[in-house]
Design a protein around this ligand. Sequence first.
Ligand SMILES: Cc1cc2nc3c(=O)[nH]c(=O)nc-3n(C[C@H](O)[C@H](O)[C@H](O)COP(=O)(O)OP(=O)(O)OC[C@H]3O[C@@H](n4cnc5c(N)ncnc54)[C@H](O)[C@@H]3O)c2cc1C
Length: 385
Amino acid sequence: MIDFSLTPEQQTLVELARDFSTNEISPVALEYDRDGTPPEDIMRKAKDLGLLYTNIPEAYGGSGMDYVTHYIVTEALNYDCCAIGQMIGISHLSSAAILLGGAEEQKKKFLGPMCESHRSACYCLTETGAGSDAGAMKTTAARKGDTYVVNGSKCYITNGAKSDLLCLFATTDPSRGVKGISCFAVPRDTPGISVGRIEDKMGHRALTVAEIHFDDVELGAENLIGGEGQGFKLAMQALDRGRVNVTAISAAVMQKALDESVRWAREREQFGQPIGNFQGVHFMLADMNALIMASRGMYLQAGWMLDRDRRCSVEAAAAKCFATDAAMKVTTDAVQILAGSGYMKGTVVEKLMRDAKLLQIFEGTNQINRVVSGRGLLAGKSVLF
Ligand SMILES: Cc1cc2nc3c(=O)[nH]c(=O)nc-3n(C[C@H](O)[C@H](O)[C@H](O)COP(=O)(O)OP(=O)(O)OC[C@H]3O[C@@H](n4cnc5c(N)ncnc54)[C@H](O)[C@@H]3O)c2cc1C
């Protein structure tokens, strides 16, 4: 029943993604990290190869991969730079609510045009006063006849500056708390949308993160996804998928850190021999590898559940916490193995360590993911067999 072999089609896709990472991302990863510029050219090339909208069904213009295939491809794409990989993969999170809650004609109307361009989508949930407590959002979508008028601001929005499509969460009934939150698909050229501050970040530097303002943005009923009050549930279901994605990204970050560490342990000599001869180094490499194996297994399990339409909030939250905490440890240990050479700015492992930190923060901090996981366990929601 448990089979880790890839189908010929999966093998071809993983090799395509690996080659893309090696040839298109690796040579420029440190440059993008230094300059903090958005990787538009790379997104354009990824789109041409069918690597930008991997999980979106072919009927709406995507590559139609199942979840397991999408996550394996995600790991391959994030190996050389998870910031660029994350920009390539952002549509996985930002299109999920539309795929889950949208009517057929809405999916065609909003995802179709997006898939023709390389600018992808963004997921607009967080606000300055509503981070972990996303339900406390203040952005309103007030009903006015047949239309909704949106006012408010979102912050820290990945790909928020340029994406063609916005998946927006706003409250249509503030008196109902999270049950008053609704989801809207919003094309970028809708009047009243403006981009505010672009953040300057510690890591994930090629990932563009922006404030977005909505001033009297008028939307029609066709923009409402899944009915009034369905937004928070859709946002959380999208995050289940996003958290598995972050687990796959963490596996990529860790694998790169381990490969760099093994290379250095073979090359670097001290006390007249390679440092890889010392047992203290063996133990670090062995622990790094064990964490990667476990994280990979976790995203494969959650992906397998999603492919069978099984709810996996507990598993996704657990995987996200485990793999991102592991990524922080593994990248810190990689810097330890490279020591002085790894601590210097502009080296691969110091970038990995800065990049890993964000994985513990976004798509729900690891504290919030433990809350999700713990509450789900108490509600009896984790049953694999
Ligand atoms: C680079 C980057 C990209 C992002 N991209 C997006 C995006 O595309 N779309 C989007 O909507 N958002 C995005 N975010 C926002 C991200 O999801 C939030 O930063 C995150 O949810 C945490 O919110 P906060 O930063 O306001 O922290 P806070 O909620 O203020 O949390 C501060 C601290 O308190 C802890 N805490 C809070 N509540 C609890 C609790 N109940 N129990 C235990 N501990 C708690 C947190 O774990 C954290 O340690 C991004 C953030 C960053 C940094």
